[in-house]
Design a protein around this ligand. Structure first.
Ligand code: HEM
Length: 300
């Protein structure tokens, strides 16, 4: 919460503007040709998040992205062992579990290298007169907290690494009559909750206006709509992502009109979803940007 507070999100303004500006410039140079918008937006999102978290790009942050992509792919695969956790043999036979553990080990190694590099830079700048010159990234903030001893018990490198990835249940428990084993990855089906006809009129219809003049928000206060989770495990990145989404979306709409490929009408556009931990369109979104007259970039 401290790391991604609205105040700290403000400090990443220059990174957001820089990366969104690069994207708009790159799209402008391809006006009239087909753009893979899914890939451009995923890359924008990674660039902003990794610069805010780790600072400048280097070989470690690039390797982190590759292994993270692989982990996301593996985590979204259907796993029989997860469906029947009491059958231990399935877990032993599970290829994806074995691969996930291997990728976890790789990610730990990369994070360790990123943390060590930050520690080295902090020592160097402490020796130099005047000390800190640049904005802190998230790893700097965590390391400074560790150094000041803000946490009891002491924040270790392992904790710092753990803050940066996934969680598991630490003990067995029961929810709604279901036994949840220790060390299980638990994913609440927010997708199904958000489409429950008990709470939503025309639940399947894409109708953003339903939120106008509505008391329901996405910050975990209304359990019928929890895209960012709720309670103690709520997403701490809400302010961070809201700032990125607003700026990127506003710029993409301000600078370009967007055309579908061929003769496809908007209502025929392929909205088929992929199965996974987070839902994405099955096929990448490909569009043609048509420039509006204006050429100035809004700062946001
Ligand atoms: C539109 C963007 C985003 C959405 C929809 C989203 C959604 C979510 C959801 C549903 C959870 C799980 C909550 C739960 O378990 O109940 C979560 C957790 C988390 N999110 Fe996000 N998130 C977004 C962006 C971000 C960003 C940009 C960051 C960091 C820079 C971030 C950091 C985290 C972290 C660290 C957790 C784990 C929290 C915990 O386990 O205590 N998220 N997010």
């Amino acid at each position: 919460m401290e790391l991604l507070s609205p105040k700290r999100v403000q400090t990443f303004k220059a990174i957001r503007e820089d990366e969104v500006f690069s994207l708009i410039k790159s799209i402008s140079s391809q006006k009239g040709s087909t753009i893979n918008l899914s890939r451009s937006v995923a890359s924008l999102s990674y660039s902003i998040t990794s610069r805010a978290a780790f600072g400048k790009r280097n070989k470690d942050t690039e390797r982190f992205k590759e292994t993270q992509d692989e982990l996301n792919k593996l985590s979204s695969e259907f796993s029989l062992a997860d469906m029947f956790p009491s059958v231990k043999l399935l877990e032993l036979m599970s290829v994806s579990r074995f691969r996930i553990e291997k990728v976890h080990r790789q990610i730990n190694g990369i994070l360790e290298s990123i943390i060590n590099e930050h520690k080295g830079k902090m020592q160097e700048s402490a020796k130099q007169e005047g000390g800190e010159g640049k904005e802190d990234d998230l790893v700097d903030v965590l390391l400074k907290m560790q150094k000041r001893g803000d946490f009891e018990p002491q924040l270790t490198d392992t904790n710092v690494r753990a803050v940066i990835l996934p969680r598991q249940t630490y003990q067995q428990c029961e929810i709604n009559g279901y036994d949840i084993p220790a060390k299980a990855d638990i994913i609440v089906n927010a997708w199904a909750i958000g489409r429950d006809p008990k709470y939503w009129i025309e639940a399947e219809k894409f109708n953003p206006s339903r939120f106008l003049d509505s008391e329901i928000d996405y910050r975990g206060n209304n359990f019928e709509y929890i895209p960012c989770g709720a309670g103690r495990r709520i997403c701490p990145g809400i302010s961070f992502s809201q700032a990125v989404i607003e700026l990127a979306l506003a710029q993409l709409l301000f600078h370009f009109d967007w055309k579908l490929l061929g003769e496809v009408k908007p209502e025929e556009f392929d909205m088929t979803e992929n199965l996974g931990v987070t839902i994405r369109p099955r096929n990448d979104i490909q569009l043609i940007p048509i420039a509006y007259g204006g050429s100035c970039l809004i700062k946001g």
